[in-house]
Design a protein around this ligand. Structure first.
Ligand SMILES: Nc1nc2c(ncn2[C@@H]2O[C@H](COP(=O)(O)OP(=O)(O)OP(=O)(O)O)[C@@H](O)[C@H]2O)c(=O)[nH]1
Ligand SMILES: [Mg+2]
Length: 301
């Protein structure tokens, strides 16, 4: 059978995670209108079964953090993580945002991708929100990079997804089934939970705060009757941010917490008791030793 790894790369906020979720048909990665939502390489598995129920091909998508000019140690590590992911990729999907002109950030990525020599498919996303003229001009400009294929898509509405898969499958080498056909993500349960909680805060926070936020699940207890009690830390970088995350009279913590609880209950099919605690880890994004401990490993090379 055909199988392989496909890295999904691009600038922050272009819709990489929305695209992977759309293809896999499950919420693999959280999404938000805030740039730099994704902070690790997250695998989303798409297995196509044939009429006989046997797998025909398997694509392991690697959703990656948006590539940007780094301002913190965390930012530099994330960029290196993305370029590192190219080493194991059989193909790359380079996502562009059709609603914004192609910028220096996109050009820089294009140059790096050319050096990597992995086949690149450009997905021009958000065509639902762009004018025809924008789509045409973005395609013309990106066309000069001369990558393998160009596919206009809308990850949000599902347009162009079949065409995109159609470009990827012929590139895949013969390979094994990397994941069982019913597995769609590689994320441990504690990470899935932490990300769902973080997502509920992101849209409600402004300026630097979304970047400063980190959620860590400390403990999960399961009672005999099925009740899950989850203890999680919501970590910020400065004392002044703590009050904002808690909100007036605890309002923000309450709203975000109950939204997260509802989603977790639907996911696990059981009652959830979510215990959130807001703490400060001063400047955690800039401290290498702390980043190591928090699980943002340095990528060699
Ligand atoms: N109109 C429109 N919006 C989209 C589309 N795809 C994604 N979005 C929106 O764009 C925003 C960013 O989407 P994400 O999927 O989080 O983007 P990302 O590239 O993963 O972002 P980072 O993880 O920060 O690099 C969200 O508000 C999405 O709803 C699309 O096809 N059309
Ligand atoms: Mg993302």
């Amino acid at each position: 059978m055909k199988s392989g790894f496909v890295s999904v790369v691009g600038r922050p906020n272009v819709g990489k995670s929305t695209l992977v979720n759309r293809i896999v048909g499950r919420k693999v990665s959280i999404t938000s209108s805030r740039p730099q939502t994704t902070r690790s390489a997250i695998r989303g598995v798409y297995t196509q079964l044939g009429a006989d129920g046997e797998p025909e091909y398997q694509i392991v998508f690697v959703d990656t953090p948006g590539l940007h000019r780094p301002r913190t140690e965390l930012g530099s590590r994330l960029n290196r993580l993305v370029y590192g992911s190219l080493a194991e990729a059989d193909a790359v999907v380079f996502v562009l945002d059709a609603t914004a002109p192609i910028g220096p950030g996109d050009r820089l990525i294009a140059e790096r991708l050319k050096e990597a020599e992995t086949p690149v498919i450009v997905a021009l996303n958000k065509t639902d929100a762009a004018s025809r003229a924008e789509v045409v001009s973005q395609l013309a400009e990106a066309g000069e990079w001369d990558f393998r294929a160009y596919v206009p898509i809308s990850a949000l509405e599902g347009a162009g997804i079949g065409e995109l898969i159609g470009e990827i499958v012929p590139i895949l080498p013969d390979g094994p089934l990397y994941y069982p056909p019913d597995q769609w993500s590689d994320q441990p349960e504690s990470v899935v939970i932490a990300e769902i909680i973080r997502e509920k805060f992101l849209e409600r926070l402004r300026e630097e705060l979304p970047h400063s936020l980190l959620v860590r699940v400390e403990e999960i207890e399961e009672r005999e009757d099925g009740l899950l009690t989850i203890y999680a830390d919501v970590i910020v970088e400065r004392k002044s941010q703590k009050g904002i995350v808690i909100g007036k009279g605890g309002s923000l913590l309450k709203v975000a917490g109950s939204e997260a609880r509802a989603e977790l209950e639907a996911l696990f099919g059981t009652k959830v008791n979510l215990q959130l605690q807001v703490t400060v880890e001063k400047d955690w994004q800039r401290r290498p030793a702390l980043l190591d401990r928090l699980g943002f490993q340095e990528v060699p090379g």
